[in-house]
Design a protein around this ligand. Structure first.
Ligand SMILES: *Cc1c(COP(=O)(O)O)cnc(C)c1O
Length: 378
């Protein structure tokens, strides 16, 4: 197998045999001419069922995550919904990390639950609590690592063993790490979920999602659901994600170099009471992260000694960091999870502290980012 960056640029993206296009063409056609009834050229008949631009992206995703099958969807949540309603049935049970992405928790607790699927949020690092949460009907253990916005880290290989002993699938939401830093399938996970909106797209200009699996049988089931449920990504989105993927490695290197500098700087700042970044040696998940990731990523959160008021002030005073939701783009973003991305978790087990600020560290010059945080913290 060639190296990661070579695959990011070439997997599924060989020059077009007819025209020599070096870049995969944007195929907008909804339907494809048949040479006689059922005589499909290249297997394409209707764009929901299959589209050549989407095929290229799906092959690239499968290659980067070392899976058998990659599937692209209209959003991360569309991918999650398709997955859950394929592998679960009425009476199934899902165990999920207690600080899973709010949208995932909302999908499971308020939508999929209406089909009779039950769920238990649990601290995935608490082995006793996890064992106690598992039931004979547990079909899925849903893990995010590192988590959003608390940057908790879970041990993927250990969770895979627990899941398989229970006859369940381990699903890992790999959005924060990206496949450049962490590949859950070789560690034993069954399904990788992505919001390609984030690092894979990488430029804050496309909403998309993906599933990658190792077992071809599960891949076939999900391929059926992708077409039958229809939450597919559009060709322009696929094209933009493919373009983003080509530079994933160089972007992630800069994202995490900048994040590491900022984490160290904030840890020494008197206005900051805690920095949550798995790259810091005193982070509770540091050792596991060092074992299963090839870097610590570009996301970090920190808590303000001055409480919620100070947290809001920093968010509003930042100038190079843009006050906005989402993450993973080239530009640095700052946000207040309790009032923004995680406002819907208020009062639930997923509520986040009000003195917390989350950064999506971009690829600008780090001196400008440090100076901006310093002036915002003053
Ligand atoms: C954004 C996000 C999602 C949801 O993806 P969308 O593309 O917004 O639907 C899921 N998981 C994580 C960790 C995310 O950050």
């Amino acid at each position: 197998m060639t190296g990661f960056n070579t695959r990011a640029i070439h997997a599924g993206q060989e020059p077009d045999p007819a025209t020599g296009d070096v870049v995969v063409p944007l195929h907008l056609a909804t339907t494809f001419k048949q040479d006689g009834v059922g005589g499909l050229r290249g297997g394409y008949e209707y764009s929901r069922s299959g589209n050549p631009t989407r095929t290229a992206l799906q092959e690239a995703l499968a290659s980067l995550e070392q899976g058998s099958t990659g599937l692209a969807f209209a959003s991360g949540l569309a991918a999650e919904d398709t997955l859950l309603r394929t592998v679960c049935e009425p009476g199934s049970h899902v165990v999920l990390g207690g600080d899973a992405y709010g949208g995932t928790f909302r999908l499971i607790s308020r939508v999929v639950s209406r089909w009779g699927v039950e769920h238990t949020p649990v601290d995935l690092n608490d082995a006793d609590a996890l064992r106690a949460a598992i039931r004979p009907t547990t079909r899925v253990i849903w893990c995010e690592t590192p988590t959003n916005p608390l940057l908790n880290v879970a041990d993927i290989a250990r969770l895979a063993e627990v899941a398989h002993d229970a006859g369940a699938l381990l699903v890992v939401d790999n959005t924060f790490a990206s496949p450049y830093l962490q590949q859950p399938l070789p560690l034993g996970a069954d399904v990788v979920v992505h919001s390609t909106t984030k690092y894979l797209g990488g430029h804050s200009d496309v909403v998309g999602g993906a599933l990658v699996v190792s077992d071809p049988g599960l891949g076939e089931q999900l391929t059926f659901s992708q077409n039958a449920m229809g939450a597919v990504s559009g060709p322009l989105s696929d094209w933009l994600v493919l373009r983003g993927i080509k530079t994933l490695g160089v972007r992630m290197d800069r994202h995490q170099a900048n994040a590491a500098r900022i984490a160290e700087h904030l840890a020494a700042h008197p206005a900051v009471s805690a920095v949550l970044y798995p790259g810091l040696p005193d982070h509770p998940g540091h050792e596991i992260a060092a074992k299963q990731m090839s870097g610590f990523g570009g996301m970090l959160s920190f808590r303000l000694a001055g409480g919620e008021e100070a947290a809001l002030r920093v968010c509003e005073r930042a100038r190079v960091f843009t006050l906005a939701e989402s993450l993973g783009g080239v530009e640095s973003l700052i946000e207040h999870p309790a009032r923004m991305t995680h406002a819907s978790a208020a009062g639930s087990p997923l509520e986040v502290p009000a003195d917390l600020v989350r950064l999506s560290v971009g690829i600008e010059d780090v001196e400008d980012l440090l100076a901006d945080l310093d002036q915002a913290l003053r």
